[in-house]
Design a protein around this ligand. Structure first.
Ligand code: IPM
Ligand code: MN
Length: 355
């Protein structure tokens, strides 16, 4: 059976990086028994200018009817605040993608690019942020009164907390993690107090896992001081947004960071964490690895192809030893374009898949 994959290229560097993500899927298709059918699902700033909607109904229907969505990046200069973003939020809410999975892994080959390279980092950085993706301050409950008062309500529901925390515990167990860290602000915020109560409750069913609660401000500090201390990190929507950029910086470049917006068993969306980077768009210099690792996540989470996912990761590691895009450049290695980086990873993947 052919898996239907919706493709949102988006704005800026989006189309360039998505091209390389598709290259990887086509390589997988050629050397495995999986097969894919791609369908464009236009969304973003350019689409908003043309049609007055950043996520047209027709696009949402295409996405809903697919098995997964590969999403580039959206946003063009000069748009009103929130217009392009509303396409991403519309997909997350519309498909109830309550898990935002964000791996923060420092490849051995990139240790030279880690901002903590002169500091002890134990056995390296390899953690996953499990971010709640539909509630909190992103629930879009609020408004502006007389241009004087602006309110957003931080909404956490019991069922919303339960499902993300349960997911995180299962994730930690599946990956043989020893510890799970919950990040909140329970000393101040009521929603965090509900969250913490539920974390403690669900934690009782996982006696073998070490459980840790941290306040988000302290966590931001400890993430830099001892990133090797964390494995699964579960947190609410806004805290997850903020700490994932901090994490992405630790692995050498925002261009390396991938994510999956997931509703287990249903159509899910995979996207690099970086934005549309209009300043470098069209130059063929963007790092495609964030997108390629998002494809890896898609194969792992939506299609349960763990072995192929692992092969993609190994291919990235090998490629990084030979060449780099400029954001992770190393003077001793060849500097590659977006296309060349994708080609190199695809070549490596071919040899793994043939074995
Ligand atoms: C992210 C982004 C989004 C967010 C924006 C673009 C809606 O920053 O995926 O981290 O705030 O979640
Ligand atoms: Mn963000």
């Amino acid at each position: 059976m052919k898996a239907q994959i919706a493709i949102t290229k988006g704005d800026g560097v989006g189309p360039e990086v998505v091209e390389e993500g598709m290259k990887i899927l086509k390589t997988v298709e050629k050397y495995s028994d999986l097969s894919f059918e791609f369908k464009e699902a236009p969304a973003g700033g350019k689409v908003w200018k043309e049609m007055g909607q950043s996520l047209p109904d027709k696009t949402f229907t295409i996405i809903k009817e697919s098995d997964a969505l590969l999403f580039g990046a959206i946003g063009i200069p000069g748009l009103p605040q929130g217009v392009a973003e509303s396409a991403i939020l519309g997909i997350r809410q519309g498909l109830d993608l309550y898990v935002n999975l964000r791996p923060i892994k420092l490849f051995d080959a990139l240790k030279d690019r880690c901002p903590l390279k002169d500091q002890y980092i134990g056995d390296g950085i390899d953690l996953t942020i499990v971010r709640e993706n539909t509630e909190g301050l992103y629930a879009n409950i609020g408004g502006i009164m007389k241009k004087e008062v602006a309110i957003n309500n931080m909404i956490y529901t019991r069922s919303g907390c339960e499902r993300i925390i349960e997911y995180a515990f299962q994730f930690a167990k599946k990956h043989n993690h020893k510890k799970i860290t919950s990040v909140d602000k329970a000393n101040i915020l009521k929603p965090s107090q509900l969250w913490r109560e539920i974390f403690e409750q669900i934690g009782k069913s996982y006696p073998k896992l070490e459980k840790e609660n941290m306040y988000v401000d302290a966590f931001c500090q400890w993430l830099i001081r001892s990133p090797y201390d964390y494995e699964t990190v579960v947190t609410g929507n806004l805290f997850g947004d903020i700490i994932s950029d901090e994490g992405a910086f630790l692995i050498g470049s925002l261009g390396m960071a991938s994510s999956g917006n997931i509703h287990p068993g249903q159509v899910s969306m995979y996207e690099p964490i970086h934005g549309s980077a209009p300043d470098i768009a069209g130059k063929n210099i963007a790092n495609p690895i964030g997108t390629i690792l998002s494809v890896k996540l898609m194969l792992e989470e939506s299609f349960k192809q763990e072995e192929i996912a692992h092969d993609i990761e190994k291919s990235v590691e090998e490629a990084l030893n030979e060449g780099r895009t400029i954001d992770i450049e190393n003077k001793l290695l060849e500097t590659l374009t977006t296309t060349q980086m994708g080609d190199l990873i695809s070549e490596k993947l071919k040899s793994f898949l043939k074995k």
